[in-house]
Design a protein around this ligand. Structure first.
Ligand code: ZN
Length: 141
């Protein structure tokens, strides 16, 4: 059982917008994470009123943590080692988003081909563009 009060080694995804934790859980593929994960919903927060929180215990962390920089820039990532906070930061928007958002262009290959990865890259104008059709999506917040 994961002790949700504190973890010795792992990462806490803090200040998730309330109600959004489950989507982040899903987008990070945490259901296939082979270690204890706790999702806490509507936790009281001094800063934002109420928030969601995800705790991941263990040393192998999900590869997709970098997509948090696109999903919600209020998020704080807290890395914990031997019970101590070693790093605490807001994730920055990643260079590439893979299978996070869908391209809205109905003529895009990703709309017509079923098994095509949805890939967006960050352009110099800080917009994400579909690598196949150049369709633009903006940073969420
Ligand atoms: Zn596209």
């Amino acid at each position: 059982m994961l002790n949700v009060e504190s973890i010795q080694n792992g990462v806490v995804i803090d200040h998730i917008t309330a109600g959004y934790g489950m989507e982040i859980y899903r987008l990070l593929h945490l259901e296939s994470q082979n270690q204890p994960v706790a999702l806490l919903q509507s936790v009281k927060s001094q800063k934002y009123g109420s928030k969601d929180l995800i705790k991941i215990e263990g040393t192998s962390l999900p590869e997709r943590l970098n997509i948090l920089g696109y999903l919600d820039d209020r998020i704080t990532l807290i890395y914990i080692q031997d019970g101590k906070v070693i790093k605490k930061f807001h994730p920055i928007p990643p260079q590439e988003l893979k299978n996070v958002v869908k391209c809205k262009n109905p003529r895009c290959i990703t709309s017509t081909e079923a098994n095509c990865d949805q890939i967006f890259r960050l352009s110099t104008s800080r917009k994400y563009r579909c690598i196949y059709c150049n369709q633009e999506i903006s940073v969420r917040r």
